[in-house]
Ligand binder design. Structure first.
Ligand SMILES: [Zn+2]
Length: 258
């Protein structure tokens, strides 16, 4: 199979599906300059083990260590722009061809590209919660202050440490979001796996759930995944290059059909 025929096949699957869901992982945002801190050689994060520093246990004992680690990442995320893959998904939703985006990313780039229905499995940076009194506040002001002075943000009510609403290692995923994502996986008849190596459960299980419920699966990812043998189309390439091409074929076919 050539890349062209894979793209054509993917476009046809999208055109003929009635309920399509996308699952996006770190590889969807690396073209926006956000490193995948789980992959080797990602520079800034090579010296420390993210599993250790980005865990809820470390956060409770040494919040400063966590905040020192995440500071450059937060700065990158705030400066990052949606890439053509983010825009392609927003366009698909706009055309009525995509019912939901399920993401493992915390960068908010899908929403900034215009996607409306986004299920954020690992949380987001828009809010922060006090780990002592559970007060929830918008995170923007806290983040700006923290980027300027590097100090651990504290609750204005009780002085407790504020934690961004991202899911750290050792924490439960947000139950309602996860349940909704599982429902989408059971309901869809086409799932796009985009820039995810499908290594982190439970997100990694969602395409298998979809497959077991009869959905077809399209995978666009640099590396192989465990689900490649079950997928209808597998493209090992940059999602920011391939997905816009697929959506262009979809758009042209729809224009021809009118
Ligand atoms: Zn508090």
């Amino acid at each position: 199979m050539t890349l062209e025929s894979d793209i054509e096949r993917a476009a046809q699957l999208i055109l003929h599906a009635w309920h399509t869901v996308a699952l996006t992982g770190a590889g969807h945002s690396t073209p926006s300059g956000i490193p995948d801190f789980r992959s080797p050689g990602s520079g800034l994060w090579e010296k420390v083990n993210p599993m250790a520093v980005a865990s809820i246990f470390v956060f409770r004992l040494q919040p400063q260590a966590f905040y020192d680690w995440i500071r450059p990442l937060v700065r990158l995320m705030l400066n990052a722009k949606p890439n053509p893959a983010h825009r392609a998904l927003a366009e698909m939703e706009e055309m009525g061809l995509l019912q939901a985006v399920i993401t493992q990313n915390i960068d908010g780039l899908h929403q900034r590209a215009g996607s409306r229905r986004v299920l954020e499995l690992h949380g987001h940076m828009r809010e922060a919660t006090c780990i002592r009194c559970y007060k929830v506040v918008p995170a923007r002001a806290l983040i700006n202050k923290f980027l300027a002075d590097g100090q651990v943000p504290v609750c204005e009510d009780c002085g407790g440490v504020m934690k961004p609403n991202v899911i750290l290692f050792g924490e439960q995923l947000p139950v309602r979001v996860l349940n909704e994502a599982r429902r989408e996986a059971q309901l869809c008849d086409l799932m796009l796996v985009l820039g995810s190596r499908l290594e982190v459960a439970p997100a990694a299980d969602l395409p298998m759930i979809a497959h077991q419920h009869g959905a077809k699966v399209i995978i666009v990812n640099y590396q192989e995944t465990y689900l490649d043998p079950q997928a209808e189309v597998v493209i090992h390439a940059d999602v920011a290059e391939v997905l816009p091409r697929i959506v262009r074929v979809v758009r042209e076919d729809m224009a021809r059909a009118r």
